[in-house]
Design a protein around this ligand. Structure first.
Ligand code: SF4
Length: 272
């Protein structure tokens, strides 16, 4: 089947009963989440195996890549229509010379009143989309200091299986073979090693956005048990960024760390 071009092309195959068994409020919301790669089509129990087979993970992943550029353009247009100085005030960003600036992984990342992005780091959509979404819709709620797993955020439960596969397992695969990963998180991405949390062996806090920090906890293998890795968020994260964009952020970090390991000569055949 050709890649779906929009959520309606997925919606047409759904039962349209809005029964909520998938955890979404409506079939249309479910179709949107599948289109964005945040849910699997098989999460709807009403579909036949034939329809599930029509959609593979790869097809949806490619669609997300194509869709990201369009999403980015829409967000830039929305930015050019708002009062950027007010938005800066709401989320605690700097505003000067018609530019709003925030630190992304410790580096300045800016957007001007025409929606133009500028930064010290490479602009890629997985950073730019959360950055713009946070400016447009983030409530600016101060950090609580309480760390919670993705599934405890609003809307995170249903998306957690895919978050675990794309983000946590992806970063764990990198950490298992690329032993400098946590050093790189600290030195290249302005992370901060913190006291071991939840009895982990390593815990590093990164700030992809100042109000949406993440904590990566890694447990080394021991006594025949595999290593494991979990990502935690401040419990206010879902008020400063919507859950779909938090997912994008996690998936983007996993990809970025995978590419970093590859550049250092560690082959990761099964990239997230
Ligand atoms: S489980 Fe399927 S039919 Fe029910 S709301 Fe979700 S998508 Fe619609």
């Amino acid at each position: 089947m050709p890649h779906p071009r929009n959520a309606m092309e997925i919606y047409q195959f759904l039962d349209k009963s809005n029964c909520r068994e998938c955890g979404e409020k409506t079939c249309l919301a479910f179709a949107g989440a599948v289109f964005m790669g945040q849910r699997k089509i098989s999460d709807c129990p009403k579909l036949t195996q034939n329809i599930i087979k029509k959609f593979s993970d790869n097809e949806i992943t490619n669609t997300i890549e194509q869709n990201r550029d369009a999403t980015l353009q829409t967000l830039k247009d929305e930015i050019s229509a708002i009062d950027l100085a007010k938005a800066a005030d709401r989320i605690g960003a700097r505003f000067s010379g018609k530019k709003l600036t925030l630190k992304v992984l410790g580096k300045d990342f800016s957007v001007d009143t025409n929606g133009r992005l500028s930064t010290d780091i490479h602009v890629n959509p997985w950073v730019a989309v959360p950055f713009l979404n946070h400016i447009l819709y983030g409530k600016g709620i101060p950090l609580s200091g309480n760390w919670v797993p993705f599934r405890e955020l609003n809307g995170g439960q249903e998306r957690y299986p895919l978050f675990q596969k794309r983000c946590e397992e992806g970063i764990k695969r990198v950490a298992d073979i690329y032993t400098d990963l946590f050093d790189d998180m600290v030195h290249l991405f302005n992370g901060r090693q913190v006291e071991k949390q939840f009895e982990s062996d390593i815990a590093v806090v990164l700030k992809p956005l100042p109000l949406v920090p993440i904590m990566v906890c890694y447990w080394l293998p021991e006594d025949g048990l595999e290593s494991s890795l979990n990502i935690f968020f401040d419990e206010t994260a879902d008020q400063n960024l919507d859950i779909g964009t938090i997912f994008t952020l996690g998936a983007g970090l996993a990809q970025m760390f995978g590419k970093l390991a590859q550049r250092h000569g560690y082959p990761l055949n099964d990239m997230p």
